[in-house]
Design a protein around this ligand. Structure first.
Ligand code: BGC
Ligand code: CA
Length: 435
């Protein structure tokens, strides 16, 4: 039985790989020459000799892609020869999150079923139904817990609303056999956490939802799962901590990691320390006119280098993907400081060899827990090490215009780092740069 579950799991994850980006074919070495080892973008913006359309551009955290099909937007990803995406392997992380939850349930099987009815009930907070990362995580949890169903070769990732009796069509009841006893696993409820103004991954909405869910399901809820820690911690603080219900998130934000000592079930580190470095590093390399692999797969003059166990580069997708690590009661103490630079890439670049350049960078939603509490502080640590003067623009998480309005003078910058509100909207930015 266990084996059957594992096999279904593997098959389901393989299928979901097809529907998602960031999959196979990654190599840890950037293909040489892809960035043009003799980039012409070495003169500073002040001289005005480089057209905006030729300046280095990095997309990060939200990969240009079709929000319904997940198909990558290769036009945006190859806008010019110095364009890249930096993110993390969504499928590998999603599978880890699902496995982490399943392992916890098995290890705590004697106490997990709070009302003793033989059904292990969980609720799921979904971040953004049109965001590849969110979709992958919903699939990863359902796949591991046996509640996934497939449609057109991919695991359904739609929210169920509520599913008290197991009759919802977006999921099925899973079965789990531990120590000779068979349990049912049921997704009691799930919804996209979007507020009335349209902001997704909304922590406050998740805090309200757990109130509603706990009022109707009470002791039927044995596990709380979330597409991220922002929503997970909101639910933990509002309800699960006081009720001793293990809650699982994603991101390894410092508050969530610290909460593991108080019963938070676990989280996933998406290696934001590696991603933030790569985000600025690909720009630095293009501005220096050196191979894009410098300081990444190949040590730079200061000794910065990454190893293939923390990232890979997929040349076809022009994308760098960091690898994820599960953070649980066993290892959380090593993850308490989420804004610490990654040691192998923490060496200061020489300012004569790598003179200061200016970068325009936006965070799509200044209120996003992960981006504001973890990613941006990391960027701010690396910008000094890489001699980049970065202007940080915080968006409202709702409209692209709120951000693009503040890109009115691209000529004043040497390079751009963009975090879109909606992954379909790359042209709102490239349109400005191409003018
Ligand atoms: C993070 C979420 C965050 C989102 C923003 C994801 O990778 O896990 O916490 O809200 O990025 O785009
Ligand atoms: Ca139960």
């Amino acid at each position: 039985m266990k084996k059957a579950l594992a096999l279904t799991l593997a098959a389901a994850m393989a299928l979901s790989l097809v529907a998602c980006s960031g999959g196979n074919g990654g190599t840890s070495q950037a293909s040489s020459g892809s960035a043009g080892s003799a980039s012409s973008a070495t003169s500073s913006a002040q001289t005005g000799t480089v057209a905006n359309k030729d300046k280095p551009l990095v997309w990060f955290n939200r990969q240009p892609s079709n929000s319904s099909t997940g198909e990558l937007d290769m036009t945006a990803l190859s806008f010019n020869k110095d364009t890249y995406y930096v993110g993390f392997d969504a499928n590998q992380g999603a599978e880890l999150q699902g496995t982490m939850i399943l392992d916890y349930i098995k290890a705590n099987i004697d106490t997990i079923d709070r009302n003793g009815d033989g059904i292990i009930g969980y609720v799921l907070a979904i971040g953004d139904i049109g965001h590849n990362d969110s979709i992958a995580r919903t699939r990863g949890v359902r796949s591991a817990l046996g509640t996934a169903i497939e449609k057109d070769g991919a695991i359904v990732s739609d929210p169920v609303g509520t599913n008290a009796d197991g009759s919802a069509t977006a999921v099925q009841d899973g079965t789990l056999e531990v120590n000779g006893k068979t349990y049912i696993v049921r997704e009691l409820a799930s919804q996209e956490m979007k507020n009335s103004a349209g902001a997704t991954w909304d922590a406050a909405t998740a805090g309200n939802a757990i109130g509603t869910w706990s009022a109707s399901f009470g002791e039927q809820i044995d596990v709380v799962a979330s597409n991220n820690d922002g929503m997970g911690m909101s639910m933990f603080n509002a309800w699960s901590k006081a009720n001793n219900v293990p809650t699982f998130g994603y991101d390894a934000n410092a508050d969530a990691v610290a909460a593991i000592a108080e019963g938070y079930g676990g989280t996933i580190s998406q290696h934001a320390d590696v991603q933030a470095y790569l985000t600025l590093r690909v720009l630095r390399n293009a501005l220096d006119g050196v191979d894009v692999d410098t300081g990444i797969g190949t040590a730079d003059d200061a000794g910065n280098v990454l190893s293939s166990d923390v990232y890979y580069y997929n040349a076809d997708e022009r994308s760098y993907y960091a690898l994820n690590v599960a953070v649980t009661a066993e290892n959380y103490e090593n993850f308490l400081d989420s804004t610490k630079v990654y040691e192998p890439v923490s060496n200061q670049l020489d300012a004569t060899e790598h003179p200061e350049k200016s970068v325009w960078l936006n965070i799509y939603n200044a209120a996003d827990n992960f981006l504001s509490a973890t990613y941006q502080p990391l960027l701010q640590n690396y910008d000094d090490l890489l001699n980049l003067k970065v202007e940080y623009i915080g968006g409202d998480g709702q409209t692209e215009a709120n951000i693009t309005n503040r890109l009115s003078n691209p000529g004043a910058y040497d390079a751009f780092a963009i975090n879109m509100v909606k992954t379909d909207n790359a042209a709102s930015y490239t349109g400005i740069l191409a003018q």
